[in-house]
Design a protein around this ligand. Structure first.
Ligand code: CO
Length: 175
């Protein structure tokens, strides 16, 4: 089921999400709904707080490249579901143009670690470790930031941030 996306500057986006304690039906429904919502909005990742749930849950589904036409580039089974994720290692730095379903239509370059190692639990409470130094590393850092109440535009320089706020106000007026 597609849920409603919380849009900036909604105060909920500033909330620090709470650890998941039970890996139950409610969590599974949340994860399934998050996938449906992400797909409906053409996203590559989503944190639970973006659908108003303050739990440490996020999903990422990076579109497949070079797949036959007409085939699904973000199949459900490719979804990385991360519960209570923790960055245990990070190094290097890289810049990447990011977007966010909670700040629709805005794309800005953000600096993050190049490589991260993340520990997390899957929907069944099983522990995993994943490492990456490519797009997935960026996506994981972006989504984990949401769990800490941070949105990517807060990482912009003062001047860029000002420009964004002005542009955002203008858009809201127009809509
Ligand atoms: Co986001």
């Amino acid at each position: 089921m597609v849920r409603e996306i919380v849009v900036y500057p909604d105060k909920r986006l500033k909330q620090v999400s709470k650890p998941v304690e039970s890996f139950d039906e409610e969590l599974h429904t949340l994860l399934d709904d998050m996938y449906d919502t992400m797909r409906a909005k053409n996203g590559v990742g989503l944190a639970a707080i973006q659908v108003g749930v303050d739990k440490r849950v996020l999903i990422i589904n990076i579109p497949l490249e070079d797949i036959p036409e007409g085939e699904d580039e973000q199949p459900r089974e490719n979804t990385l579901e991360m519960i209570n994720p923790v960055i245990v290692e990070k190094d290097g730095s890289t810049k990447f143009q990011e977007g966010c379903l909670s700040v629709p239509g805005i794309y800005e370059e953000v600096e993050r670690a190049k490589h991260v190692k993340v520990e997390y639990f899957d929907r069944h409470g099983e522990k995993h470790v994943i490492e990456d130094d490519d797009f997935l590393a960026i996506a994981m850092q972006h989504e984990i930031d949401h769990l800490e109440g941070r949105v990517f535009i807060e990482k912009l320089s003062f001047i860029k941030r000002k420009k964004f706020e002005k542009e955002w106000k203008k858009r809201k007026k127009a809509s």
